[in-house]
Design a protein. Sequence first.
Length: 189
Amino acid sequence: MSEYGCMPGRYPAIVRSYNQQRRTCRVEIPGLTEGGDVLPEAEIEYSIGDKSRSGDYETEIEILPGDTVWIAFIGGDARYPIITGCRNPQAGNSVDWRRFHHKNMELLADELMLLIAQSDILIKSSSKITLEAPEVLIDTPITTFTGDVSVQGTGDTSAVISGNITVDGNINATGSIIDVGGNTNNHSH
């Protein structure tokens, strides 16, 4: 390519539209695109590890119209912009937080997924939380439930508890309560 039109370096730009299927954006480049009939279409540079277009776990980066971005030009050719990252605002930034947002998210690990916090971990949902596994182990000195608890098992056993149980309130049973092989249905004071 000749030196004519060579655009080295990075340039500030503004996303004006996003094509989810193509993973491309139409971008406004201040000082370069004024008066143009059609804004240039920019590719999005994904970080290594993100599979944007192929493989079993395709992913998408959320980009919205109005987002401010940095662009470069592939081979320095002004016809082929590529979004290399987001521009940081100079004011109003949050401190001590790293956030990711998208309509849906999935974390995948071939073996172990490890989440460690030096303090609390809070998981919130506006509908429900589902854990699916062949076995769930909760290893803690104390477990507190602040709402109702429902246990639904299969076969003859719905719940097995080893250790003492303290109940502050009534126990309502629709079946038999077995006491070390005995039956408490006929128990009286």
